[in-house]
Design a protein around this ligand. Structure first.
Ligand SMILES: Cc1ncc(COP(=O)(O)O)c(C=O)c1O
Length: 482
């Protein structure tokens, strides 16, 4: 059957109402589901082995299949026992805004394909810049997430430090051979990847020694001087505001002092923690962020937006204008009366780009900035409460005091006390694996100072004290079964 009736308004109305009802039921019943699938990838893969469908099938049947084949074995971020990676249960109005963005399908590369979308994005960027305390010279763009934001900020730094390197390339910019990126001890891997992508080589990344899990500003000064003594050139200092592993914040104000003294570009990876600016109680963690030259900020983490929504901001828009430099007369235009093109594609890695600004614009206008501060605070309070409970328990050991909504710890039942480090490490990994497979909850793991630890990120403001009790109970029972 070939139908020309699709896409039609009626299809959208009927299927849409059904889908939205089902999505709301999904949220209502979220706690009756296992947090994630117990099945191995190979088992799930058998469902997705059907040959290419050549003929039509009733839409209802296909949607039913989607709920059974896809949704049922998804990981459920809206479940209050989900405490894993930094992925949010998205705000309902953001989910709806994403649907509208798909319907409108504005292409944010150029103003003429997104006459309002471009301006909505510009407004969202101005709001973020205002929250940062950036000057009026600032600008930014939305990107796919922290990786793209960090790369863009560092590309801006590269062109600022070595003007003309975009055009000349790595081969004809000899200074680039000596360039070094000086980074947080716990920098996200995408910073090193940026060094590779920018032609510096991942060997050009120098990690600053830590002090209490954060970049040590005194050590930063020594590293910068040592790098210079070796005849190398610091391209930028990349600090982290909310490290992935522990959520700890580098002391940005002190780092900014060093960067200013040493005249080095300061980039802050605030993918996780820049959103703490929205809370009066938590803002102090990012004091000094306003002194950065470029900042990565992911609303798809602590602003509870659906993936994807990242942002990169620079304090002087001229640096964003030179981070990428292409002419495309079929696409980019300067209109009468404009000094600078409004076409966002000139300033981002991507050309076609979703209208991601819409969800943040709608949510900021609907909920207001204070609401975001309040729900971030709730996730941090949960983390502090968990830290307190772990500290009181004889069979758990927190690895650090939390600053954000991330906490690492170990489960150490009595019978492990006299076993080797290797056995204790293996036990942590086994507990995590088995606990997650049970569907009762979902946590992550990492390695800190060479030792395997359990790790939680409290992403769900609906998580409460009773869920923390269930976490400890679940880990204990899992531990006993190993
Ligand atoms: C500090 C930090 N930077 C960058 C990233 C990468 O962000 P994305 O996954 O959005 O590319 C993450 C993600 O976990 C992060 O925690």
């Amino acid at each position: 059957m070939i139908t020309t009736a699709d896409p039609s308004a009626e299809t959208l109305r009927e299927a849409g109402h059904r889908l939205i009802d089902r999505m709301a039921d999904y949220l209502d019943g979220i706690e009756s589901r296992p947090v994630s699938t117990p099945h191995a990838p190979a088992h799930i893969a058998t469902r997705f082995a059907e040959p290419l469908p050549l003929t039509a099938r009733p839409a209802e049947e296909v949607w039913d299949d989607a709920w059974e084949m896809v949704v049922a074995d998804s990981i459920h971020f809206a479940h209050p026992m989900y405490m894993g990676h930094q992925v949010a249960p998205p705000l309902p109005h953001a989910v709806l805004a994403d649907t509208l963005a798909s319907l409108l399908n504005q292409s944010i590369a150029v103003w003429e394909m997104s006459p309002t979308g471009t301006l909505v994005e510009a407004q969202v960027i101005r709001w973020l810049a205002e929250l940062l305390g950036f000057p009026a010279t600032a600008d930014g763009t939305l990107v796919s997430g922290g990786s793209a934001a960090n790369l863009t900020g560092l590309l801006a730094a590269r062109e600022a430090r070595f003007p003309g390197s975009w055009t000349a390339g790595v081969a004809r910019t000899p200074e680039l051979e000596r360039a070094v990126l000086v980074v947080s001890p716990h920098a996200h891997y995408c910073i090193e990847r940026s060094a590779g992508l920018m032609g510096l080589g991942s060997d050009a990344v120098v990690s600053v020694p830590e002090r209490d899990g954060r970049m040590d500003p005194a050590a930063l000064e020594e590293v910068l001087r040592a790098v210079r003594r070796e005849g190398r050139i610091p391209l930028a200092v990349a600090a982290t505001a909310g490290s992935t592993a522990t959520g700890l914040f580098d002391p940005l104000d002190e780092i900014a002092d060093v960067a200013a003294r040493e005249r080095v570009w300061l980039h802050v990876d605030g993918a996780h923690g820049a959103s703490f600016l929205l809370s009066d109680a938590l803002r102090h963690h990012v004091r000094g962020i306003e002194r950065a030259d470029s900042i990565a900020w992911d609303p798809h983490k602590m602003m509870f937006m659906p993936i994807s929504l990242g942002a990169v901001l620079v304090r002087d828009r001229r640096h964003l204008d030179t981070a990428f430099q292409q002419k495309a007369p079929y696409l980019f235009h300067i209109r009468p009366g404009e000094e600078r093109s409004r076409d966002m594609g000139k300033r981002t890695l991507q050309c076609s780009r979703r209208f991601d600004a819409l969800k943040l614009w709608i949510c900021l206008r609907h909920y207001g900035a204070n609401f975001f501060g309040a729900i971030i605070e709730k996730t941090v309070q949960n983390t502090q409460l968990l830290h307190h409970r772990l500290s009181e328990a004889a069979d758990f050991e927190p690895a650090h005091a939390p600053e954000a909504n991330i906490l690492c710890f170990r489960h150490l039942p009595d019978r492990l006390r006299d076993t080797s480090d290797a056995e204790i490490d293996t036990f942590q990994a086994a507990v995590r694996e088995r606990y997650n497979a049970s569907g009762r909850g979902w946590i992550t793991t990492t390695v800190l100072a060479g030792r395997r630890v359990l790790r939680v990120t409290m992403m769900n403001p609906h998580t409460g004290g009773e869920h923390l009790d269930r976490l400890l109970e679940g880990l204990r029972e899992t531990g006993q079964s190993i």
